[in-house]
Design a protein around this ligand. Structure first.
Ligand SMILES: [Zn+2]
Length: 90
């Protein structure tokens, strides 16, 4: 039992070093902006943010920051951004 758990721990450590092993399908986050905190979510292929800018542009600095932070963990469609021609794809 104990040796099999040690094997799993070793495997977990190896996995943790390998970008692209995990693709997030849904997420919710509290984003601590310069002026206020914002609620961000990504679900069913759509971003949401509670900030005013998002309601007009469907993206914002908070969403774009998360796209950069989680570039390896987000599905490709979550990285498209209407504000950037070259989007933020890998
Ligand atoms: Zn925002």
């Amino acid at each position: 039992m104990r040796s099999s758990l040690i094997g799993k721990i070793d495997k977990a450590k190896r996995y943790a070093q390998e970008p692209g092993r995990v693709t997030l399908s849904n997420l919710t986050a509290d984003f601590h902006g310069e002026n206020a905190n914002h609620k961000i979510s990504y679900a069913e292929g759509k971003w949401r943010c509670s900030c005013d800018f998002f309601s007009q542009w469907e993206t914002c600095s908070h969403v774009m920051a998360l796209q950069l932070m989680l570039a390896n963990e987000l599905p490709k469609e979550a990285l498209a951004s209407p504000l950037t021609d070259q989007s933020l794809e890998k």
